[in-house]
Design a protein around this ligand. Sequence first.
Ligand SMILES: *Cc1c(COP(=O)(O)O)cnc(C)c1O
Length: 365
Amino acid sequence: MARIYNFSAGPSMLPEPVLREAQADLLDYQGSGQSVMEMSHRSKWFDAIIQDTEATMRRVLNVPDNYKIGFFQGGATQQFAMVPLNFMTTGQADYLVTGNFSKKAAEEGAKFGQADIVASSKDKNFTYIPDVATLPYHKEASYIHICQNNTIFGTKFADIPQVAGVPLVADMSSMIFSEPTDVSKYGCIYFGVQKNVAPAGMAVAIIREDLLGKSAKGIPAEKIPTMMNYTTLLGSDSMYNTPPCWCIYMTGLVMNYLEKEVGGLAEMQKINAAKAKVLYDYLDSQDFYNNPVEHKYRSMMNVTFTSPNADLDKAFCADAAKAGFLNLKGHRLVGGMRASIYNAMPPKGIDDLVAFMENFRQANQ
Ligand SMILES: *Cc1c(COP(=O)(O)O)cnc(C)c1O
């Protein structure tokens, strides 16, 4: 069996030990005589799975007691709408637009009230993050929304906005669990799981309790569609209806892996920083490939680069795929290449990619 290196931005690689554990459990989950895919979400086995998954996530991310964790369908994109619908109590919120996903989030926000774009890095094709300390935030903002790691453009916030009395809401889809996070600095963190956690099909939101029980200005709480209502869904422990059982189970396995095998997020960060350094150091050491991102804002998870022209980009991706490096084509908004090097990408995957890049450079420069 040959496993390839999958550099996709998502769905992406999962840790091999986790896949093996899922395989071992597949036909008979812990003596239940059935797989997790088949069992009732109200069974004692699944009840233990969802409770353990949440408890382990709380330990791994060090989630304070006054935050609730919810598992939702609809991906991170649905969170773009759930956030304003549930939290835009003043009818206004501040959005930082640092890429395509934060733009989409702001567009959803504008459906429920006034979504003010207090900063944008569009002027330089999203290759940097505006200085968060000097922005014209609004006192009456219900929240400030950021996308902390920009999956498509390969940037990440170096600092996060902190405004007294205004909760920070962050889409952390493509960086969650890549490093320790101080959850207490946020009102809400949400992420789709298919980038750095589990298979596609679920989003997680971690919400400070005092933000619950409200709704957007002009929309009474009881008019929020049930499946969009954080308060209802969290009030029933993410079991209001049938939850994404398999995704929750896989998330639990990954949390367990992070805690027991990796040794926590500080360890994960060391591994990720070392991996990213190998790739960025190589990019900085030659003049065939170029990474356009301002160094301070380089993402540890998504690394973009171009070769001298579009034809060579195409040849690079084709040759790379033949050599077992998959999904390196950049997003259509950026072009070139993008290597997504999430938690589950082994360090050897980066070393081998850099060796391949150097061979390609020598053959084509
Ligand atoms: C992938 C991604 C999304 C979209 O996630 P879906 O689960 O496909 O809705 C949103 N935000 C960020 C930062 C992403 O990387």
